[in-house]
Design a protein around this ligand. Structure first.
Ligand code: SF4
Length: 235
């Protein structure tokens, strides 16, 4: 697994961004998240060592733009170069998540056709209205590998109409002392939708405020992922 952040910074885009960990971390360090800047790692996928071998070893999954949004407007003039690097590294698989799926067709390269084999796109949705708005577009786009990311999940969602050709659904709660609560019933309902559509499901993170069997629990940030794993409901 490798990380590639060719630029940093992001603008809040919808309800799910309210407690964005990028904004919170930057605020603590006095960094303006709304300034989108290229990083020193822009050329990471094609960087080579002294012996001429790629520094990112073959066969890895590369998490792309996990501290920004790959489809953000501010990066329109940089993205084409990224696509060329993604094309060059057919031996890697790239994954990016976006809350801006409505920009997808304006952001793909000329040779995209029905999608690159080595790219997975994750469309992030946080509630039913964002699911209806984004996934109705997402399901029609030319993408070879697609995931749906319900994180932070802030309300119940019925994904049934959008699961065709989806490889994985990820669900997670919000992490913040003021976080909106995650109801375990919502998680189980999405899991059921995935099971009936033969789609892989992963419960990745509990919420800071977690409702189970009518009782609300407040969890420590460090325990959110391990608590989700303990539920043992991935399939
Ligand atoms: S789109 Fe993602 S990175 Fe950007 S503000 Fe929203 S949550 Fe943060």
């Amino acid at each position: 697994m490798a990380m590639w952040n060719p630029w940093r910074g992001c603008h809040r885009h919808s309800e799910g961004c309210q407690y964005c960990y990028i904004h919170k971390g930057d605020f603590k360090r006095g960094v303006d998240t709304n300034q989108i800047v290229k990083t020193d790692n822009f050329y990471a996928p094609v960087a080579k060592n002294k012996s001429g071998a790629y520094k990112i070893k073959s066969g890895q999954l590369v998490y792309l733009c996990f501290s920004t949004d790959f489809l953000i407007e501010d990066a329109d003039h940089w993205r084409e170069e990224c696509w060329r690097m993604i094309q060059e590294r057919q031996d890697l698989h790239f994954l990016f998540l976006t809350k801006r799926i409505e920009r997808f067709l304006d952001c793909i390269p000329e040779d995209w056709n029905d999608g690159y084999d080595n790219v997975t796109v994750g469309c992030t949705v946080e509630n039913q209205s964002r699911a209806d708005e984004r996934l109705s577009l997402f399901q029609k786009l030319p993408i070879k590998h697609r995931n749906i990311i319900c994180q932070p999940l802030i309300g119940p969602i019925d994904l049934s109409a959008y699961l065709e050709n989806t490889e994985l659904v990820v669900v997670g709660g919000e992490s913040d002392k003021n976080a909106r609560p995650l109801n375990y019933q919502w998680v189980l309902a999405i899991r059921e939708q995935c099971v009936s559509h033969h789609v892989h499901f992963e419960f990745r993170q509990c919420g800071t405020h977690f409702i189970k069997d009518g009782k609300t629990y407040t969890l420590n940030v460090r325990d959110l992922c391990s608590q989700a794993r303990k539920a043992g409901i991935n399939c």
